[in-house]
Structures are given as C-alpha cells and as structure tokens.
Design a protein around this ligand. Sequence first.
Ligand code: PNS
Length: 167
Amino acid sequence: MIKKAVYPGSFDPITNGHVDIIQRGLEIFDRILIAVLENPKKRSLFSTKERVNMIQEIFSENENIEVKSFHGLLVDFAKTNDSKMIIRGLRAISDFEYEFQMALMNRKLDPQIETLFMMPSLNYSFLSSRLVKEVSMLGGCLKGLVPGKVENKLQQKFQTATKTNLK
Ligand code: PNS
C-alpha cells in the first residue's frame, strides 16, 4: 500500500520551515501531496497559481511530491485524492490551540482522516510566511529562511509594488 499524505497550507509563500516538514514527511510517507489553499476571501501576496508554481519548481526533482490547489473542505480534498493522512507542522505553543481545533473539526467531519503533527527544526521554529513577507517588504535579509527562488520572487513583488506606489 502506498502511503500518501496531504500537506495543506496557504504557503504565501512557502518557507524553509515548510520545506523542512515536507522532507521529514518523506521519511514517513511514500508520497506527499502539497495542497495550496485557494481562498478568494483571504488576501494573499501571491496568487494561487504563483504559489503552486513556486512549490512545483522547488520540488521539480522529487517525483514523490505533487502540488495541487484546493478549495472547500480539506477532508473532502484528502478523500478525493485517496489520502487518509493530513500533515501539519507545529512550531510553538501558540500554534497549538488553532491546530488542535482544526484537527478535531476535521476528525468530526471525517473520522477516517487522521492529522499528524510534526515539529520543524529548531532553526525554523520562529519562522512564518507572515514575518517573511514583512522582512522582505522592509528590505531585510531572508537568507536561509526561504528557498532562493522564493527570495527572488519576493524581491520582484516588492520592487514592483514600490515602483507602482512611486508612480
Ligand atoms: O497555512 P495555513 O493558513 O495555516 O493553512 C490553513 C489550512 C489551509 C490548513 C486551513 O485553512 C484549511 O484546512 N482550510 C480548508 C477549509 C476547511 O476544511 N475548513 C474546516 C476545517 S477547520
């Protein structure tokens, strides 16, 4: 039996913390399906297509990784994609309550689906997409915090934004 897990998130953008969890996940599962949330109500810096493309580029050499966008219920997406396992990264105590609520709600919605929490490397336990965007916007260095491709895309985004604002 092929063990396949879904790793969902907003990934706006993907960070090295996410990459770390995916690499750890591949030690347990044969395949990981990265599920990028498509949420028209939530304003994201990168479009769904941009987020999916960035992740696909990062893992282009790894045939055990698949990337798809999704909307609607996560448990439905997992079921449609033949997976009974959801992976979530757990950084600090502050993540716990939200993650606990989501995991139990998902279990209520579909008791067949299990959530597995994994801790990232200590190096990334302070890292979030939100902080990455803020640091990039203010011109700070993101070396070692996001994949190189993401760092370039962030720089492009904020350069374009600055030019547009100056017009
Ligand atoms: O990276 P994020 O923003 O913390 O990821 C949140 C995500 C995508 C896992 C969560 O918002 C989600 O699962 N959304 C799908 C909607 C859903 O299934 N809601 C009910 C379960 S709580």
